[in-house]
Design a protein around this ligand. Structure first.
Ligand SMILES: *Cc1c(COP(=O)(O)O)cnc(C)c1O
Length: 384
């Protein structure tokens, strides 16, 4: 029995990607600029802002990580500064803090959304301020597509006058109180890596509040060239722009983004259904109607006292034998060897989630047969 692997999340082309890529070849726009880059930026801007009272601009970049790096640079983060960051996240949320010689200060999650705990955030800010150092920024993540508590986090950020960087890498298409994730903060970032909700094969974007901020980001992303024919530089620059070929893939993907969100949400419903009969397994879902998740990945947690001893590792290994991929939640940053010296404010929520949580196959391209294999595979683990 050598069944094909079922992946957690794999690329899912819509059909028109190649058309945009072919146009780029035909016009010889094989460069990190061109009509696809401009078109893709405009597609994303419209998607995020067209039915919103807010305004913004979008800079297409080579990765979500690059976008975070530029956001922190534009906020003036420097050597010796401190930046607050959700602990339960992918390392890419925190690495750019270290690129700048600043110190990450990690914050625990709340159980409802898995995201920044407002109480721990407030505690951390008050403590850092009392130690004489006001944090330069707050990196808040919409993990697995679930929006963070936007109102509470914004209230705290305003009260202490600390800007928020919104990590919406996993949350394209998610909304909070009807507004799209990626529009809530001074800067937001998106990712189009291969495993995300849409992909450009690799890429990202920085969402800014103004056209001027976007232009500054593009300036930094193209080696910070002053307006002179002879390559003059007054600032350190980066090579972070998105390729016109990749952007062509992105334009095709933006035509199907809503289908992709619907399909992921259907996978979540599939798991809600499947586990409704199984004692001791919780499927993470929106805490109330303010939250609309794209459910980039469906997340469960297992209480082995109620599942008859089946914990997340038992289920993961069981599925692995059936060639079905599943994964523990992101290992919190304050538990990572590389960040072991960074301060952390929390009381065990992220540790517990990491211990008991599992991400299940969630791709928008899973066939009915594959869903059936997943269902049978999961049920057979709990019937033992
Ligand atoms: C994927 C991801 C990023 C980084 O995006 P890349 O495009 O891979 O650099 C940042 N934050 C989170 C939460 C992510 O999942």
């Amino acid at each position: 029995m050598n069944k094909d692997k079922i992946w957690l999340s794999s690329p899912h082309m819509g059909g028109n990607e190649q058309k945009f890529v072919n146009e780029a070849f035909k016009e010889n726009w094989v460069a990190p600029l061109g009509p696809n880059v401009n078109g893709f930026e405009e597609d994303i801007r419209k998607y995020l802002f067209s039915d919103s009272s807010r305004e913004g601009a979008v800079a297409a970049l080579s990765s979500g990580t690059a976008a975070l790096h530029l956001a922190l640079i534009m906020l003036g983060v420097n050597t010796g500064d401190e930046v607050l960051c959700q602990s339960m996240t992918f390392a890419a949320s925190a690495n750019p803090i270290a690129y700048l010689g600043a110190t990450p200060v990690f914050i625990d999650s709340e159980e409802d959304t898995l995201n920044l705990c407002p109480d721990q955030l407030r505690k951390a800010i008050e403590d850092r301020v009392s130690k004489g150092k006001k944090p330069k920024a707050i990196i808040a993540v919409h993990l697995y597509g679930m929006p963070y508590n936007v109102d509470e986090i914004n209230r705290i950020a305003r009260e202490f006058e600390i800007p928020v960087v919104e990590d919406a890498a996993e949350a394209l298409g998610s909304t909070y109180k009807g507004e799209k994730c990626g529009t809530f903060a001074e800067y937001a970032i998106l990712s189009f890596n291969g495993n995300k909700i849409i992909t450009t094969s690799g890429g990202g974007a920085l969402v800014t509040k103004s056209q001027a901020a976007k232009e500054k980001a593009v300036f930094l992303a193209t080696q910070a060239r002053d307006a002179a024919a002879h390559y003059q530089h007054s600032e350190i620059g980066y090579n972070y722009r998105l390729s016109n070929i990749s952007a062509g893939i992105g334009r095709g993907q933006m035509e199907v983004v809503d289908n992709r969100v619907n399909a992921r949400r259907q996978m979540h419903d599939f798991y809600v259904n499947l586990f409704s009969e199984i004692e001791g397994v919780k499927v993470y879902s929106a805490p109330n109607e303010d939250y609309f998740s794209n459910h980039w990945l469906s997340v469960i947690s297992l209480d082995e006292k109620k599942t008859g001893g089946i914990n997340r590792e038992a289920l993961r290994l069981h599925l692995e034998k059936l060639n079905i991929e599943s994964r523990p939640l992101w290992k919190p940053m304050h538990m990572q060897p590389v960040f072991k010296d960074a301060p952390f404010y929390g009381d065990g929520v992220a540790e517990r989630l990491f211990e008991n949580g599992l991400c299940l196959p969630s791709g928008s391209n899973l066939s009915p047969e594959e869903k059936n294999r997943i269902k049978t595979g999961i049920l057979s683990c709990f019937e033992k």
